[in-house]
Design a protein around this ligand. Structure first.
Ligand SMILES: [Zn+2]
Length: 221
């Protein structure tokens, strides 16, 4: 085989491989990574409302819708779900998703319960710590919390009890790696709020508020 012919075969081979690579290798390097943690799962149903509906399902539905909406409206954001089915996942495993993926945000989704059935509204939690080595992550988490609080109240017209601090395991064990917050989406112990959270309108409304807040957060970095 002469040199010209060899080069021609090499070019065809290389360009074919390149094109195949482009066509079949998924785009895995994206600008930002957010971990969405649907609380509870499997035998751990979370709180239960008076109609026997489980918190774990709403947490999962919202997590999946947030992923769907982010994929649609902000495809540069890589979304990782700690669970995408009804499985039990221990608390200590959840922050590891943020650590291993080198994520830029961690958001844990829950629904609330209170013995007083009139209690209602979302609550947004940040880790309660004075550690100086995590102050940058805390500040960024607080920034997202304020964006989310504003979107829930002003865009969704949803009641919010505001941004709070607490010592919660998923936040305590994730704040080292990533800005993290926990959203209590509303009270299962309040009939009207539980009906809303268990409706398509409620799931989509909360999901859009979370999605919009994530996009705003990354856009204003
Ligand atoms: Zn919960």
């Amino acid at each position: 085989m002469n040199i010209k012919l060899s080069l021609a075969f090499l070019w065809i081979f290389c360009s074919g491989t390149y094109l195949l690579g482009q066509a079949f290798v998924p785009k895995i390097e994206r600008s930002f990574t957010v971990v969405i943690d649907a609380g509870h799962g499997g035998h751990d149903s979370g709180t239960v409302d008076k109609n026997g509906r489980f918190e774990k399902n709403i947490n999962l539905y919202v997590a999946k819708f947030v992923k769907l909406y982010l994929n649609k409206f902000a495809p540069d954001i890589n979304v990782i779900l700690t669970r995408d089915t009804d499985v039990f996942l221990p608390l200590e495993r959840r922050p590891l998703y943020a650590k291993i993926s080198n994520a830029d945000l961690f958001i844990s989704l829950h629904c609330n319960h209170n013995p007083n059935s009139s209690a209602q509204g979302a609550e947004i939690y940040l880790q309660n710590t004075h550690r100086k080595d995590v102050i940058l992550n805390l500040r960024q988490a607080a920034r997202l919390a304020l964006i989310l609080n504003r979107n829930l109240e002003q865009k969704l017209n949803y009641r919010s009890r505001g941004v709070m601090r607490s010592n919660l395991q998923v936040l305590r064990e994730s704040i080292d790696y990533v800005p993290s917050l926990l959203l209590e989406m509303g009270f299962f112990s309040n009939s009207a709020e539980s009906s809303y959270l268990n409706s398509k309108k409620g799931i989509k409304g909360i999901s859009l508020s979370v999605t919009k807040s994530i996009i705003e957060y990354f856009e204003s970095r």
